[in-house]
Design a protein around this ligand. Structure first.
Ligand code: NAP
Ligand code: G3P
Length: 484
């Protein structure tokens, strides 16, 4: 079903219901991170072309907003079905494009179909309310406020490389069910998969112009997109650096931002250490650590630190390293620059005396799973987000020291606490400055109808199916004033 998107592997953009060639001939070559082969070319749209995209989205939105929600929901259900039917093909494209292992690529696509279906159903149950006037002092019963939810207009959706299908759909579907049109700016690495997702929505019967795509490098076209006068909402997932930049330059445009993290796993002496170690390893090393919710530091109480470190090390040593096509779970990072950055953090930790337990081996952008014990707070690894397969263990004397170090981070996405003592768990959870605390589980976004939000430098606003729909709609009140 994807034959319209590519012409000699120069991927087109979806504009007004059709896949079109850009007028300018600027292209960006996309290479597979795992084997360096050219897998496609993207068009770099010009500012004039971007203007056309937004004008078109703005016009299409007016009709879409009038389309009954149940009809919008039917289209989303159809999109979810098509996504599932094409899951094998799409997950292979995804795996080749961002070097994600095959199982995780397939589960990203299936999770996305579930997300779209749930969004369609949730949208059908978003209801307004009526508010009487007489409960406010000095007012009689003669006024009624009829409160409904209305769309915002054109949503600019910007997604990151690590979940180009899921984190595009998690913006598109709630925006659409709320009656908005969407302009999708996919990540450059990940765009091919995201464009396939756009075709799924298009083939499901979305009216022309309700979803358009814009490819091009964020560093070149990004500022123009986020400051465009026809953007009514920005829904961004990506790095804190780019997120802060967007927040600075955009003018009074509401936004939802999911940014970086430095999630801590706090392990208490009474925890099931075997269970904690399994969670920590899958949390830290899944997709080679390229998840905002990856476990990015362990804060363990001294008395169980040796035992926990041994259990983690055993599991790290069993992780299969290699290309996704060879069944690798620790796969090459998205590019060499990312691997260089991870190496810098590793070198800094070694130079400052951290104890290397596993890893510190590299073949180009393939970084072997690396584990450090005795990391201290003067090391960069204690604070910076590697976005790669390296995990620092920091030993602490007591619960309050763990809370202190966790909260000293500039980030505040999630944290995990491993313990059997719920009094301790709730004491710590109450003090942690994060969006979500997981008790006896690794940090994670799902299930996708749970609220998901970062505080401090980790984000603005809450996503999660209902919360995302609410963020991309607004209340509108019509007040009925009766004579009596
Ligand atoms: P990124 O470099 O910030 O890029 C994210 C998106 O923003 C890409 O589509 C990128 O386009 C675009 N972009 C770049 N510069 C822009 C600009 N000036 N204006 C508008 N858009 C611009 O992040 P990434 O490397 O893809 O993802 C890794 C980071 O994202 C990590 O820090 C991670 O923690 C964070 N992340 C957070 C969450 C979360 O939910 N909290 C989820 C996933 C990832 P190009 O690709 O063309 O540069
Ligand atoms: O990095 C993407 C972020 O949204 C995390 O999702 O499902 O891996 O916890 P997940």
């Amino acid at each position: 079903m994807f034959e319209n998107i590519s012409k000699d592997k120069i991927y087109k953009n979806l504009f007004n219901g059709k896949w079109i060639d850009a007028k300018n001939k600027n292209v960006i070559e996309i290479y597979s991170p795992s084997n360096d082969t050219l897998i496609g070319k993207l068009q770099a749209l010009s500012k004039e072309e971007v203007d056309e995209v937004f004008k078109n989205a703005n016009i299409a939105q007016k009709t879409w907003a009038e389309t009954p929600v149940n009809e919008r929901a039917k289209i989303l259900h159809k999109a979810a079905d098509l996504l599932e039917e094409n899951a094998d093909e799409l997950s292979k494209i995804l795996s080749a494009e961002i070097s994600k292992d095959l199982d995780s690529s397939l589960s990203e696509v299936i999770r996305t179909a579930d997300f779209i279906r749930f969004t369609a159903d949730e949208g059908m149950h978003l209801e307004g309310e009526t508010i009487g006037s007489d409960n406010f002092p000095g007012f009689k019963k003669n006024k009624v406020s009829l409160v409904t939810r209305v769309p915002l207009g054109v949503v600019l959706a910007i997604s990151p490389f690590n979940y180009p299908v899921n984190l595009s759909a998690s913006k598109i579907a709630p925006a659409l069910i709320g009656g908005n049109s969407v302009v999708l700016k996919p990540p450059t690495n990940g765009a091919i998969s995201a464009l396939h997702l756009a075709e799924i929505f298009n083939a499901a019967g979305l009216p022309a112009g309700v979803l358009n795509t814009v490819t091009g490098k964020g560093s070149e076209i990004g500022d123009y997109l986020v400051t465009h006068k026809l953007v009514n909402f920005i829904n961004f997932t990506g790095s804190t650096e780019v997120g802060k930049h967007i927040a600075k330059i955009s003018e009074m445009v509401p936004m939802l931002m999911e940014l970086g993290g430095k999630d801590a796993a706090i392990v208490l002496p009474d925890a099931d250490l075997e269970e904690a170690a399994s969670n920590i390893v899958s949390g830290a090393y899944g997709y080679s650590g390229q998840r905002c919710t990856a476990v990015k530091r362990v804060l363990v109480l001294d008395e169980v630190a040796d035992k926990l470190t041994n259990l983690i090390a055993e599991k790290v040593n069993k992780l299969k390293v290699g290309k996704p096509e060879d069944g690798g779970k620790i796969t090459p990072l998205i590019n060499n620059k990312s691997a260089d950055y991870v190496q810098e953090l590793i070198d800094d930790a070694i130079n400052k005396g951290a104890k290397l337990i596993a890893g510190n081996k590299r073949e180009k952008n393939l970084v072997y799973p690396t584990l450090f014990d005795h990391v201290t707070t003067d090391m960069r690894l204690a604070w910076e987000e590697p976005f790669g397969p390296v995990l620092p263990i920091i030993r602490v004397k007591n619960i309050d020291e763990a809370i202190k170090i966790s909260n000293e981070s500039e980030y505040g996405l999630q944290a995990s606490i491993f313990t059997k003592n719920m009094d301790d768990a709730f004491y710590i959870a109450g003090k942690l400055e994060v969006g979500t605390v997981q008790i006896n589980n690794k940090p994670e976004r799902g299930p996708d109808h749970f609220p998901f939000q970062g505080v401090k430098s980790s984000g603005i606003g809450s996503q999660g199916i209902r919360y995302s729909i609410e963020a991309m709609t607004r209340l509108k009140a019509v007040v009925l004033n009766l004579a009596k």
